[in-house]
Ligand binder design. Structure first.
Ligand code: ZN
Length: 252
């Protein structure tokens, strides 16, 4: 079983299919026993088992920006993308220590207009979101911070003004907070269309990721593997293998 996708194809312009290693998608990392109706919470002990498994397989988890930069150099073999959506404060408390233990880093996708707020876009349990100081702490700990829009809106079918505000506006907010370039974007609910992807490109991002492990997308629709709260190491192996088969099935 080949877990790492071929890295022979160099990073190309929009529309070029990317054959990159799998990118795992987590959300909340917490030992909380609150209801989890949207199935977005993975226990830190389970994340620890997942990362231990990756190490046993000779894989290292990195932020998506680092994965794509390695891909561009033809050096993405042995890497896996680790991403965490929505910017919950539990990332700092519970994910960062586990990642550090395994020498890994990831991308936190932050809802830039809700810093210090909560996940009001979801009906269900309220989860705290990182504030500006915590965004800086995430970056200082070696992780990537990416944009997940200003207000966690659906972008497919959005009018041009909304697209510009949510996509470009969120990048400006985060770059102002970080005083650094923000290269990565993540579509809320994985919801995108051609106009949304064009807006991401126009805003100056380097890449964007979606939800779902489809056949390879281009640099602005990088697919990801959802990790479920109950995923064992065996489930994770199956998800990685399925990704590998899809990438190979997509042809050279
Ligand atoms: Zn989200």
């Amino acid at each position: 079983m080949t877990l790492a996708a071929s890295t022979s194809a160099a990073g190309g312009p929009a529309g070029t299919r990317l054959r990159v290693p799998p990118v795992l998608m987590y959300h909340s990392i917490s030992p909380s026993r609150q209801p989890d109706p949207h199935r977005v919470r993975v226990h830190p002990a389970r994340l620890d088992r997942h990362l231990r498994l990756l190490r046993r397989l000779g894989l290292r988890g990195v932020p998506l920006a680092e994965l794509l930069a390695a891909h561009d150099r033809g050096a993405a073999g042995g890497l896996v993308g680790l991403t965490f959506d929505d910017g919950y404060t539990d990332f700092l408390e519970h994910a960062v220590p586990v990642l550090a233990r395994h020498g890994m880093t990831g991308t936190l996708y932050v809802v830039a207009g809700r810093l210090g707020g909560a996940n009001e876009w979801d009906a269900g349990p309220r989860l705290d979101l990182v504030d500006a100081a915590q965004v800086r702490a995430v970056a200082a700990a070696g992780h990537e911070v990416g944009s997940h829009t200003l207000t966690h809106v659906r972008l497919a079918g959005a009018d041009p003004a909304t697209l510009a505000e949510e996509v470009a506006g969120s990048r400006r907010v985060l770059q102002d907070v970080l005083q650094a370039e923000v290269p990565g974007f993540c579509y809320p609910w994985g919801d995108f269309d051609a106009a949304a992807a064009a807006a991401v490109r126009a805003a100056g991002y380097d890449h964007a990721c979606v939800t779902g492990d489809y056949s390879p997308g281009d640099r602005f629709t990088v697919p990801r593997c959802y990790v479920a709260p109950s995923d064992t190491a065996a489930h994770l192996v199956a998800r990685l293998a399925r990704h590998s088969l899809r990438v190979r099935g997509a042809g050279a």
